[in-house]
Design a protein around this ligand. Structure first.
Ligand SMILES: Cc1cc2nc3c(=O)[nH]c(=O)nc-3n(C[C@H](O)[C@H](O)[C@H](O)COP(=O)(O)OP(=O)(O)OC[C@H]3O[C@@H](n4cnc5c(N)ncnc54)[C@H](O)[C@@H]3O)c2cc1C
Length: 393
């Protein structure tokens, strides 16, 4: 039996962030990851790391934060169009050397590689090919089936979490009917950062909504599909329709194509009855990706989980108080994030006539009113003040 202060189930971005933040508090941490070290997951997945997330990681490892800022890119600006006409446009100031940018865009694979490196440098033990299959909470410890024991277990094992099932909680929520197609195109890793472009009713996409967002080395394209669309046909060959939707000169090298429907779900509770297990990231909640709440709220969970574990171990407060506070604060944040994602989704899908009418009226008014254009620019991502005070997540 191997002993640690903290076990982390799952070596995705949230598990690695939690492990790093616990190690920074002087705790002995082991990450148990089901996959092999060499496993490669397809696609860019989460590409937008908010400055608040970089700032949280900086408290554990300032070099990591600097590397993430340098390795990712900050968009040149934001550009919103309605049926071919600009309704809002703004630029980001060029980030000053040595400062934390408002956000950094890189593929989730690159983020995970940097987090792994930081974990190893901080002395975190990474156990590959070690799936957590069972969880037993005893009076003085928590034990997982793979022969590991600790004072606490952070369950960051993703949407199909074994830890969540083992502690008897479940995700409750909905899934949208509408499908989105997401395509990654390769882009010049050294090229200047382009704009994030949201195009309502893009004429070259049959008046569907299209989002394009650059990240280091690639360009993400999101196409909002109609219920009648042939998803299999559209995903089979994106080069047949994508060229008019991206800036001229973008290489037509597709590196990933996928389609998804949005889940909006939050676990009944984020902790176990014995107050030794804490769920974080997608083990605890699923949100529609517009607004980038999945990864960023997961890092906020990781921060709060590391604080709770450290408080419980040092006796700053009792273990039960620390874990219960985690549940209260992070579940409330998850519910606010879910509601914010639901608002974003409502605006994107525009399924009711009054929403569509307001958007159309705003597109006309945006000719004369920057504030109205800014509203159109903002609404596909939901309200910004969704999370706990001091953090947008
Ligand atoms: C196609 C796609 C596109 C996305 N786009 C965006 C986006 O644009 N913006 C955004 O914010 N988010 C996006 N997301 C969501 C984002 O990727 C997640 O929020 C993020 O990955 C959650 O991290 P996590 O660590 O909680 O879970 P995961 O990344 O799922 O990591 C869980 C880890 O646990 C491991 N594991 C699973 N079961 C076990 C077990 N029993 N024992 C041990 N280990 C286990 C898995 O192998 C994995 O490494 C996207 C996700 C996908 C799939």
């Amino acid at each position: 039996m191997r002993h640690s202060d903290v076990l982390v189930a799952g070596g995705g971005p949230v598990g690695l962030a939690a492990a790093l933040l616990c190690a920074a508090q002087g705790l002995v941490v082991t990450v148990l990851e089901a996959d092999a070290e060499t496993a490669v997951r397809a696609g860019s997945r989460a590409i937008f790391v908010h400055g608040a997330s970089v700032g949280a990681l900086a408290k554990a490892d300032p070099d990591l934060a600097q590397r993430l800022s340098n390795r990712g890119l900050t968009w040149g600006g934001k550009h919103t169009l309605w049926a071919g006409r600009t309704v809002y446009r703004t630029s980001y100031p060029h980030p000053r050397c040595g400062t934390t940018p408002p956000f950094t865009c890189l593929s989730q694979r690159d983020l995970e590689a940097e987090l792994r490196r930081a974990c190893l440098e901080a002395g975190v033990r990474l156990a590959w090919r070690t799936p957590v299959e069972s969880v037993t909470v005893g009076p003085g410890h928590v034990e997982v089936g793979s022969g590991h024991r600790a004072s606490f277990l952070i369950g960051a094992d993703g949407a199909r979490s074994t830890v969540r099932t083992a502690i008897g909680t479940r995700l409750a929520g909905t899934r949208s009917d509408a499908s989105f197609i997401v395509v990654d195109l390769a882009d010049d890793p050294a090229g200047p950062p382009g704009d994030r472009v949201f195009h309502y009713r893009h004429p070259a996409a049959g008046y569907r909504h299209v989002l394009t967002a650059p990240f280091r080395g690639g360009l993400r394209v999101d196409l909002q599909c109609r219920p009648t669309d042939d998803i299999a046909g559209l995903t089979a060959d994106p080069t047949a329709w994508i060229a008019p939707l991206v800036p001229r000169g973008t290489p037509m090298e597709v590196t990933w194509v996928s389609h998804y429907r949005f889940h909006q779900a939050v676990a009944d509770t984020f902790v176990d009855a014995g107050r030794r297990v804490l769920l974080a990231g997608e083990a605890a909640h699923l949100f529609a990706p517009f607004g980038a709440r999945g990864l960023n709220s997961g890092i906020a969970d990781a921060t709060a989980a590391a604080e709770a574990v450290a408080d419980g171990l040092t006796g700053t407060v009792t273990r039960a108080e620390a874990v219960t506070r985690y549940d209260t604060v992070r579940r409330a944040a998850a519910l606010r994030n879910r509601d914010a994602s639901a608002q974003a989704l409502h605006q994107l899908l525009g399924t009711d006539m009054s929403t569509r009418a307001r958007q159309r009226a705003a597109a006309i008014a945006a000719r004369f009113s920057t504030a109205t254009g800014a509203w159109l620019d903002r609404i596909p991502y939901g309200p910004r003040d969704a999370g706990i005070p001091g953090s947008p997540y």
